[in-house]
Design a protein around this ligand. Structure first.
Ligand code: SF4
Length: 164
């Protein structure tokens, strides 16, 4: 199930993550749903090994948005992005994805495709603001978990105003 193309209208902001100085941040949209990661065998095995449940996670990012319920930790996006927008979240914050709603993502995680912690890892658009709109990540994603849309900057700005 691809990312909902109208997620900013059908979801609401449930948190924001970013640098400790509060300047660069991205929003997390919920509530999420059951999608590809719940049925992918690699993902299911990795969650079982950790003793973590597969629960709805929502969408990370607004104008560079990754549906974490669809993401199966393929990592193609991480590999092709020319400006390293993405990192493996668990290589910076090794906590259950459901806890990745609010808090610090400084951008110190790995940007190497094969360095995912395991298949519970997710592609985190930690440098969303650096996107140059090349669309390579959108094209490469095998489950169409990513939406890159410059017009969604408006949704980001609107939400940023609210959380000032
Ligand atoms: S559109 Fe291009 S620059 Fe933007 S996140 Fe995707 S791969 Fe990176």
């Amino acid at each position: 199930m691809p990312i909902d193309p109208t997620f900013p209208e059908n979801h609401h902001v449930i948190g924001k993550r970013g640098k400790p100085d509060g300047k660069d941040f991205y929003f997390v949209w919920g509530p999420g749903r059951e999608a590809e990661s719940a049925s992918d065998q690699n993902v299911k095995d990795a969650y079982a090994k950790r003793g973590e449940a597969i629960v709805p996670l929502g969408v990370h990012g607004t104008f560079v948005a990754v549906d974490w319920d669809s993401c199966i930790a393929d990592g193609g996006c991480i590999e092709v992005c020319p400006v390293q927008v993405y990192q493996w979240y668990r290589t910076e914050n090794d906590i259950p994805a459901v806890q990745m709603v609010d808090g610090i993502s400084a951008g110190t995680g790995s940007v190497v495709r094969e360095e995912r912690k395991d298949f519970t890892d997710k592609s985190e658009p930690v440098r969303e603001h650096d996107c140059i709109w090349c669309m390579a990540c959108v094209t490469v994603c095998p489950v169409q978990a990513i939406k890159v849309d410059q017009t969604n900057l408006e949704f980001h700005k609107k939400e940023a105003e609210k959380t000032k």
